[in-house]
Design a protein around this ligand. Structure first.
Ligand SMILES: [Ca+2]
Length: 331
């Protein structure tokens, strides 16, 4: 009963914040831009700091429950997401409407002569193979990466370098989202496992609606990818990454929070939420960490790993063809 009451209280708090407000800081941040850059978008709640910068959505402050309640018996609860933790996002922030695209990353790569070194793990014959001739421009899909696709084969360090460049170029506080910010944004005010809801308790069959909202490991991808894992029982028409924004958004007007590319977040990965900050900050510690948290599931992910609360962990230096990121910006 206590948990139910808590959830009801949190649901009520969401009702008050479900509509992203126009940022009061928007005018101030736009005024601080270099003269050569255009003003932020005229659309309320939407920011874009330069022509090649990611389009950003202002997400309101609010409270939510990070993780999955033990009472959510219909969900495949994985290690690290339960018990959940009440979380307060005290200030509005902006987050990428889409995953960072190949074109956006190219602007950074060309400006800074930054080329992610090494190789990339790509899907081949039901496994992940590390190939030296694959990378963000040619991640082993049916064709080289299109400008509108999410950039993948980028490590956490590559993603961090991109956000640092964006911050320096625009003068605004760009960074990777924290794990809490990411989940808050992905939920879009919902408390269901996915922002498009769950209609029954069978993880393998419930996702008939998923193909309208998310590019996952779907029925049409099984033959080509051959991963031995459950798939969404619908066809989303994309075996690999889809152009960002190809599927329906959540209530915050954010696209591909679930599916398409898995996304790096700022936090070190932990096997529990116990002890973490409850104010939405990223959880890191001096000396850094090897494992960073990864969120959202991607085109090769099974449905159970493609939920708002689902957490993954990857080595910080990993480059893989289903792993990208989106950016956050302080207001
Ligand atoms: Ca797919």
């Amino acid at each position: 009963m206590k948990i139910l009451c808590t959830l009801l209280a949190l649901s009520f708090s969401f009702a008050a914040v479900a509509q992203p407000p126009v940022s009061s800081a928007k005018a101030a941040s736009a005024a601080a831009l270099p003269a050569a850059l255009p003003a932020a978008s005229a659309t309320p709640g939407v920011l874009r700091d330069c022509p090649s910068c990611p389009e950003m959505i202002v997400v309101p402050a609010g409270n939510f429950l990070l993780g999955t309640s033990a009472s959510a018996l219909e969900v495949e609860v994985e290690r690290g997401e339960a018990p959940p933790l009440p979380m307060t996002i005290a200030r509005a922030f902006a987050i990428g409407r889409y995953e960072v695209t190949v074109a956006e990353f190219r602007a950074f790569s060309e400006a800074m002569q930054y080329s992610p070194a090494g190789d990339c793990r790509v899907a081949s014959g039901g496994a992940w193979l590390r190939l030296p001739d694959r990378g963000w421009q040619d991640p082993g899909f049916a064709a080289p990466a299109a400008d509108s696709e999410p950039v993948v084969c980028v490590s956490w360090d590559d993603a961090k370098a991109y956000t640092d460049w964006l911050a320096k170029t625009t003068g605004n506080a760009y960074r990777l989202p924290s794990e809490a910010e990411w989940e808050y944004a992905a939920r879009g005010g919902t408390t269901t496992p996915r922002y498009f809801g769950d209609r029954d308790s069978d993880e393998a069959s419930l996702l008939t609606v998923a193909c309208e909202y998310a590019n996952l490991y779907d029925a049409s991808a099984v033959t080509e990818l051959a991963f031995l894992q459950p798939n969404a029982r619908c066809s989303d028409a994309h075996t690999y990454a889809a152009p960002v924004g190809s599927f329906k958004p959540n209530a915050f007007d954010l696209y591909d929070m679930i599916g398409n590319a898995r996304e790096w977040v700022q936090d070190c990965y932990t096997t529990s939420y116990v002890g973490r900050p409850m104010d939405g900050r990223a959880w890191e510690w001096a000396g850094g960490c090897e494992l960073r948290a990864v969120r959202g599931g991607g085109w090769a992910s099974r449905p159970a790993a493609s939920r708002a609360a689902a957490r993954g962990a990857e080595l910080q230096g990993l480059r893989q063809s289903d792993l990208g990121f989106r950016v956050a910006r302080e207001l």
